[in-house]
Write a protein that binds this ligand. Structure first.
Ligand code: NAG
Ligand code: NAG
Ligand code: NAG
Ligand code: NAG
Ligand code: NAG
Ligand code: NAG
Ligand code: NAG
Ligand code: NAG
Ligand code: NAG
Ligand code: NAG
Ligand code: NAG
Ligand code: NAG
Length: 423
């Protein structure tokens, strides 16, 4: 067994040595590149030669040929650098300094029928060095529509609110002389964008745009698009787009109450209060109902609070929405029981009724003096007194409640709403 292994090792080693000795000279160029028809394609290229082949050289010429042919045929040459003869292309230009072993080349106005494998060849004069880099072809494929830009990260991972998000969009620039322009649409408010031409590891270029922003709950489900526009010489500009949908996790926002049928109801009416809130996730959202002045800490759970109005139903209600990421308290809403004044006058319960009675008496007296009493105006002015009373209470309560919400780390645990509301 060991002998077999050793033999295998020897064989593999021999193979490796053989291969590396064969590929003594090589050219470094991407193995494939996708070009856009009507534009140009720039091939980044470097080559190596024997030790002193470039030292006693007056002239060095570069060639490009199609197909892998060990013998040179006139048909396979697309660019002859010694005579500058170009075949099948409108223009080919070697940008690199061949003395520096640089062979970067641009093929202009490429067409679909130019798609092929291309090989670089170098010749020197007067010292003779001729070499075709048959081991290093480049597959140029010419397409009528560019690749859509790449947006990263592509994964639909959700981000927490207030986290800094980085999005990058890159578009290939096979023709760096006419690079694509990148534009973003539907960008978040706080976004900062930087765009630049970047060289990739295989030396081809791409336009790279980087967007940084702070995730807001308003960005949840926002579809951000990156658009690359490619200029073309022989046809219309090409536009390609990639879109990503943001998903932001956030605690309840914009929590508020809606009342059905209205905030001013009469005794016996069925009233439904609905707690509305935006949150993500929203399916695990929990709602709590409170009424100011209620001895019980909490009225009910659930999105809706439904009850039949009685004399005691009037007052200020608020709800609390909660999900995994936090809680939010709604503004208080006031439920007014329209027939409140009638039982109060009759019963004379508590300080409020005493106050009302005084006021009513004063009003009545005024009416008597005017000698034209009107029941309609009495009701109106009574309502104003109730409103005045509640407004004062609200001004004292609200700062207390909001202060506690902000202060405590887990506010819901920390607040005793009943004590706050009964002041
Ligand atoms: C040419 O490059 C190959 C791979 O990079 C290397 O192995 C080889 O030694 C180089 N030859 C010369 C003459 O520099
Ligand atoms: C090109 O052809 C030569 C000889 O015909 C061969 O050694 C070489 O491996 C070929 N190269 C490719 C990339 O096919
Ligand atoms: C380049 O063109 C010259 C002049 O026509 C010719 O002599 C030479 O052989 C050509 N080179 C190649 C590699 O085809
Ligand atoms: C490609 O097609 C154009 C016409 O559409 C022609 O002029 C050109 O010679 C063709 N090139 C090759 C390499 O076939
Ligand atoms: C190319 O490089 C050589 C030195 O290696 C330098 O003398 C020559 O000026 C360069 N040519 C160009 C066009 O830059
Ligand atoms: C576009 O056309 C102009 C004029 O014909 C030419 O100078 C330029 O090199 C062309 N650009 C490309 C990228 O082919
Ligand atoms: C170049 O690559 C494309 C895509 O991989 C392939 O379809 C095509 O046959 C290749 N061309 C040549 C000449 O090998
Ligand atoms: C986003 O980029 C900034 C600076 O460019 C960096 O501080 C931050 O960690 C990056 N955030 C992520 C999620 O990669
Ligand atoms: C955007 O850039 C400005 C100034 O360069 C900086 O003050 C701000 O904090 C940046 N915003 C983000 C979200 O990175
Ligand atoms: C974003 O796109 C998705 C899928 O196309 C769609 O369901 C969603 O409603 C869009 N978001 C907005 C804010 O339009
Ligand atoms: C170029 O755009 C013009 C105007 O938008 C249009 O009429 C024409 O058909 C387009 N040409 C091509 C080749 O798409
Ligand atoms: C109010 O609701 C109760 C049961 O929830 C129902 O019996 C009653 O008829 C309702 N009253 C009105 C006026 O809709």
């Amino acid at each position: 067994m060991n002998v077999v292994l050793f033999m295998t090792f020897l064989f593999v080693t021999y193979e490796l040595v053989l291969v590396s000795s064969v590929s003594k000279y090589n050219a470094e160029l991407p193995s494939r590149i996708t070009a856009l028809s009507g534009s140009c394609v720039q091939i980044p290229c470097r080559f190596n030669v024997s030790e002193n082949s470039l030292t006693n050289t007056e002239n060095i010429f570069g060639f490009w040929m199609k197909k892998n042919q060990s013998f040179l045929s006139r048909e396979s040459i697309v660019f002859n650098g010694s005579t500058n003869i170009i075949k099948g292309f409108s223009r080919i230009e070697i940008l690199g300094n061949l003395s520096q072993r640089e062979c970067t080349t641009v093929f202009y106005d490429v067409m679909n029928n130019h798609s092929d494998n291309y090989y670089f060849r170098v010749e020197t004069k007067p010292s003779v060095w001729k070499y075709t880099y048959t081991e290093n072809p480049i597959n140029i494929s010419v397409s009528d529509s560019p690749q859509p830009p790449t947006l990263k990260p592509t994964d639909r991972k959700e981000v927490m609110e207030k986290i800094t998000v980085n999005l990058s969009c890159s578009a290939e620039a096979p023709c760096p002389k006419q690079p694509p322009t990148i534009s973003w649409s539907n960008i978040p408010q706080s976004a900062n964008i930087t765009t630049q031409l970047q060289e990739k590891p295989d030396k081809t270029q791409s336009v790279f745009s980087h967007m940084t922003f702070k995730a807001s709950y308003m960005d949840h489900r926002r579809n951000i698009s990156c658009t690359a526009t490619y200029p073309r010489n022989t046809s219309n500009d090409s536009t390609v787009e990639t879109t990503v949908m943001l998903r932001v996790l956030f605690p309840p926002k914009e929590t508020h109450i809606t009342i059905d049928p209205s905030a001013s109801v009469s005794v016996g009416t069925n009233v439904t209060l609905t707690c509305k809130s935006k949150a993500n996730p929203s399916n695990d959202m929990v709602f709590f109902w409170h009424k100011c002045g209620n001895v019980e800490n909490q009225l009910d759970f659930g999105e809706q609070l439904t009850f039949t109005v009685n004399r005691m139903s009037g007052g200020r209600y608020f709800c609390i929405a909660k999900n995994d990421h936090g809680i939010q308290m709604s503004e208080e809403i006031q439920l007014i029981v329209a027939e409140l004044s009638v039982p109060l006058i009759a019963g004379c319960v508590g300080g409020i009724s005493a106050l009302l009675l005084l006021f009513l008496l004063a009003t009545l007296l005024r009416r008597v003096q005017k000698a034209k009493p009107s029941s309609e105006s009495i009701v109106k002015e009574t309502d104003q007194v109730i409103l005045f009373f509640f407004r004062g209470l609200k001004d004292r309560l609200l700062p207390l409640l909001t202060r506690n919400i902000i202060k405590s780390h887990d506010p819901y645990e920390a607040i005793d709403f009943s004590t706050n509301c009964t002041i």
